[in-house]
Every structure is written in C-alpha cells, then in structure tokens.
Design a protein around this ligand. Structure first.
Ligand code: ZN
Length: 276
C-alpha cells in the first residue's frame, strides 16, 4: 500500500492504486472532468439523485465501466443515508441503482462483495470514501463516511461484515481512504466539536484556528481502523481536499450544495486463486 496515482482512460481522470490493480481489483475514484453533464454538474457527475438528467449520468457511468469492459448492469449502488449499515452484494443484485436511483439498496452506506464482475459504487462531494481489500479471502468493500458515518463508525462496521460474513482476518485487510473535505476546510460548530471530543477522547483530531474549529475526518477514520487492529502501514490516505480543489472535484460545501458527485468504485475481476 505504498501509493495511489492519477490515471486517464476513456476520456476521464480517476485515482487508482497500482498495487491493487495488479491483484485483479477494480478500483477508482473519479474526478469531475471528462464527462457530459452541464453546469452545475459539469461534467463527470456520477449521481442520479442530484437533479441531473439520467441519460447524461448513464453516459458518464458507462465511461468508467468501460475501463474494465463492464456494463451498467454490473454496477450496484446504495441509497446512502449517512447511516452505518452495510450490505453484502451478490450477483443477483447486479444492476441495482445503476440506471434508476429508486432501485438502489435502501438504508445502506457501505457495500461488500466476494463475487467477480460486480462494481460496488458509492457517491461523494466532500464525504470520505473508504475502500477495503482482503487479498487472502478476495473480498472488497466500500464505505461512505461523512461526519455522521464517522460518528457511527461505519469504517469499523464494514470491517466487521468482512470478518463475520466472508471470514476475513483484520490483519490481512488493506484500506484506502480517498479524497474528501480536509482539516483545512472542514469547519464545524462548537457543539459538534464537543461531541467529537467525547466520542474519540484518545484521538487528536480537532484543530482550533482563530477561534474556529476544524475536524480531520481522514485521520479520525485512520485512528478508528488502527484501534481495531488494521496495520498502520496497510492504511493509505489520499490526503487531497475536495473543497480546496473544485477544479478537480465536486464539493458540496464549497459549491453550496448544488453540484455533482464523484464515484468511488471497487470490484473484483476474474482472477486465479490467491496462494500465499
Ligand atoms: Zn481544504
């Protein structure tokens, strides 16, 4: 887990991890360039629920799926309610939420699977995407962790599902925490600051600048994961702030809520049995 890189394929820019790609993992976090949507969704808006035209979103999603020779029928999306429930996805669920938001898996903010040829897809404009890969059991997962998800420790709930359902061992898991709003921009109110300090008294994740309060969501999620036994050198943080980089990313906060969404996608390609 030494690095992430930018890649450009099918006209779009996305972040990926070569170390996972080499092991047959589909992994991408999209940027906002290279799509077909118009302002305020310009241009690679991946989400159906933000008011953009569905046909344009399908075209954007097809560009990404095309990188792996997959189709929208192999994509699976969930509703994302800023909760902390996790769904286990099998091939019968393929296509849920891919063309119609109404068919997205309800009440869920994290997805896991051990089956090949499925793209687990979640959507972002400042919240943190947390990607998981177990190279031994060959299981992948994605969790949508904004401030509510972080308070609800969804990062840990996704790990618990991988352990209980798929037999993953915590020490085998590799984690990538993608781009999100950084401690440079994520200002919070005093009452939330107090709740964060109460929830994570052992972590140093709140910063004070000129009597304003800022929260480091990425570091909080890293600490939560380290606390349950994920090895620190198996957690990679992207570190890019979506709010500082609106040329590259959609930012709900910076753009006052009227904007598109990036997609975090993860899946497994057909692959030989892991032996190691
Ligand atoms: Zn920032």
């Amino acid at each position: 887990m030494d690095k992430w890189i930018w890649q450009n394929e099918q006209e779009i820019d996305y972040i990926t991890i070569p170390h996972w790609r080499e092991q047959g993992v589909i992994i991408a976090f999209t940027a906002r360039q290279g799509g077909v949507s118009s302002p305020p969704y310009q241009s690679l808006n991946m989400a159906l629920h933000v008011g953009d035209q569905a046909e344009l979103v399908w075209a954007n999603r097809k560009r990404l799926a095309g990188i792996w020779d997959l189709s929208l029928e192999q994509m699976v999306c969930c509703q994302q309610i800023h909760g902390s429930q996790v769904a286990c996805v099998n091939s019968e669920m393929a296509g849920l939420g891919a063309k119609d938001y109404g068919t997205s898996i309800p009440g869920v903010d994290a997805l896991t699977t051990d089956q090949t040829g499925i793209i687990l897809a979640t959507f972002y404009a400042d919240c943190l995407p947390i990607f998981y890969f177990d190279p031994r059991q060959r299981v992948v997962g994605i969790a949508h962790s904004g401030w509510k998800g972080t308070m609800g420790r969804i990062a840990v709930k996704a790990v618990n599902t991988m352990v209980q359902v798929y037999g993953s061992k915590v020490e085998d898991l590799e984690v990538f925490i993608g781009p999100g709003i950084g401690p440079c921009c994520f200002q919070i109110q005093a009452d939330l600051g107090q709740k964060v300090c109460a929830a994570f008294p052992e972590f140093d994740v709140i910063m004070y600048r000129n009597s304003e309060i800022f929260w480091d969501l990425s570091l909080t999620n890293r600490k939560i994961l380290e606390q349950i036994g994920i090895e620190p050198d198996k957690i990679l943080e992207c570190g890019l702030c979506t709010s500082c980089n609106t040329d590259r990313f959609f930012s709900y906060r910076r753009e006052n809520g009227k904007t598109g969404r990036m997609m975090a996608a993860i899946g497994l390609q057909q692959w030989g049995r892991y032996s190691g």
